[in-house]
Design a protein around this ligand. Sequence first.
Ligand SMILES: Cc1cc2nc3c(=O)[nH]c(=O)nc-3n(C[C@H](O)[C@H](O)[C@H](O)COP(=O)(O)OP(=O)(O)OC[C@H]3O[C@@H](n4cnc5c(N)ncnc54)[C@H](O)[C@@H]3O)c2cc1C
Length: 95
Amino acid sequence: MAVEAATLMRNKAACLFDAGAPCGAEANMAKYLASEAAWDAAEACMATFGGYGFATEYHVERKWREARLFRTAPVSNNLVLAYVGQHVLGMLRSY
Ligand SMILES: Cc1cc2nc3c(=O)[nH]c(=O)nc-3n(C[C@H](O)[C@H](O)[C@H](O)COP(=O)(O)OP(=O)(O)OC[C@H]3O[C@@H](n4cnc5c(N)ncnc54)[C@H](O)[C@@H]3O)c2cc1C
């Protein structure tokens, strides 16, 4: 469900972009949803492998680490939340 939601939001952002319409909010939301879905999947994978998840030959710890990266880069999910708060919800700038 999370991957499907991320895909739908990504497609919406791409459609808006192609139409020359503003798409900052949708692009930020797609990045957030996709990176959180990837992290949840990585966590589930690590939990499934248990101790073997840390054994380098299984490559789970590498994928787990790389999945975590996308919550920070190319833009931090905290700043996506700040963007949505300010530009979508009309809240005061938080930083
Ligand atoms: C592999 C990689 C690729 C990258 N690619 C790009 C790129 O293409 N373009 C680009 O512009 N940048 C890129 N970055 C930089 C990335 O945007 C920053 O690393 C990220 O925004 C975190 O900033 P920081 O590293 O300065 O850490 P800090 O700003 O010190 O953040 C540390 C922690 O505090 C949180 N935080 C910081 N400010 C706030 C706030 N106002 N509200 C709530 N929480 C906050 C952050 O989310 C993080 O958890 C990349 C980074 C990496 C590691």
